[in-house]
Ligand binder design. Structure first.
Ligand code: F6P
Length: 381
């Protein structure tokens, strides 16, 4: 890794979109152009655009007026350079991606994305020597090595507001309302929004729940005169029994994978564990209605959480991430992720980040606060 200062950079957005992507693109591009005299090229639709050589020039006009716009002006995809669906099969397009980056004369490829993107960017650097720099984006807040990811604050605000709204109707009808919030593997979003919205029960993937503990909590509330309950549940929350079944399936999957090492094993693809067959909130609501005798309803927030304008906090964070990235590129610091630590943004080697996930630790301050205000987390902790 040299210290050659970047003169020409490419930017791509990869993985699920979120509010703040355009702010980050703007932050990198404006600072790179205005402060460091770089040329900036936008790569369309994530790593697929790099492979298919689809780009746009990011000049002053292109990054003007996008501060409040949701989504990403570059488009995004979940494609991986080394396992890209091409003509009905998965192909390793790493060499093509690197060839195209060279043809564009990129000194560094700036990749804005979540955990998968960190891995893909690291792959391009490690396996093919392409200089990369990443920013941590995801509403899930689960990228390793950074205090916070961008997109999280906006999504949490949207989810908390939804819980507020559900509260009034749950109260009027004396119902349980189960609100499903995004987060397949990590529960930062439902936990944060659940606390902010005063949810009575918060279920996250890190804490497999016991249905009886939840039902008891709801009945206790009813006996104490509270005739409604709000449940914030992560889309990836699982019961204790499911957690056990999943573990066993993953073990089986790992053994299978050793035999046929072609595709990655996903928790919801192995052993018939039914995490994605029916939204978990519906199953949960049905079971709780049955156990408590209280009428239950379900709201799944879905992609509403990822849409629309970024919050002021996210705008600030993305601008700080973007301008720090430009500064690092101007210094020739590559193959790092820009992380937020306290008030600072600083570079962390990608090899320390790639392939790791930041889950909610069970002794996290938010977990303790949730318990202290009487929220049930689905298990006796
Ligand atoms: O990675 C962000 C995220 O919004 C997750 O919370 C969610 O599980 C997933 O993306 C949904 O992905 P898609 O938009 O591809 O359905």
């Amino acid at each position: 890794m040299g210290k050659k200062k970047a003169k020409c950079i490419g930017i791509l957005t990869s993985g699920g979109d979120c509010p703040g992507l355009n702010v980050a693109i703007r932050g990198v591009a404006k600072a790179a152009m205005q402060q460091h005299g770089m040329k900036v090229i936008g790569i369309l639709d994530g790593f697929r655009g790099l492979v298919e050589n689809r780009t746009m020039r990011l000049d002053q006009a292109a990054v003007s007026g996008i501060l409040t716009r949701g989504g990403t002006i570059l488009g995004t995809s979940r494609d991986k350079p080394h396992k890209m669906p091409m003509g009905g099969e998965l192909r390793d397009m790493t060499a093509v991606a690197v060839e195209n980056a060279q043809r564009l004369q990129l000194d560094c490829l700036v990749c804005l994305g979540g955990g998968g993107t960190q891995k893909n960017a690291y792959h391009l650097y490690k396996e093919a020597g392409l200089n990369v720099l990443t920013l941590p984006k995801t509403i899930d807040n689960d990228v390793f090595g950074t205090d916070i990811t961008f997109g999280f604050d906006t999504a949490m605000t949207i989810a908390a507001e939804a819980i507020d709204r559900l509260h009034t109707t749950a109260t009027s009808h004396h119902r349980i309302i189960v609100c499903e919030i995004m987060g397949h593997n990590s529960g930062w979003l439902p936990l944060g929004a659940g606390i902010a919205g005063g949810a009575d029960v918060i279920l996250i993937p890190e804490i497999p729940y016991d249905l009886n503990v939840v039902a008891e909590h709801l009945l206790e509330r009813q006996h104490s005169g509270k005739r409604f309950s709000l449940i914030a549940v992560a889309e990836g929350a699982i019961s204790k029994d499911e957690a056990k079944a999943l573990e066993a399936s993953l073990e089986k999957g790992k053994k299978k994978k050793k035999k046929k090492d072609s595709e990655s094993v996903k928790a919801d693809e192995v052993g018939g564990v039914h995490l994605v067959q029916e939204p978990m909130a519906s199953r949960l609501a049905r079971s709780l209605q049955h156990l408590t005798g209280i009428e239950a309803r379900v709201t799944s927030l879905g992609h509403v959480q990822r849409g629309g304008i970024p919050s002021a906090n996210d705008r600030l964070l993305c601008t700080q991430f973007g301008t720090t990235a430009a500064r690092l590129l101007a210094e020739g610091q590559f193959n790092v992720m820009v992380a937020k630590r306290g008030m600072e943004c600083l570079p962390v080697p990608l090899k320390e980040i790639a392939g790791r996930r930041k889950d909610v630790p069970l002794d996290h301050a938010w977990v303790l606060s949730a318990l202290d205000v009487g929220s049930c987390l689905g298990a006796k902790l």
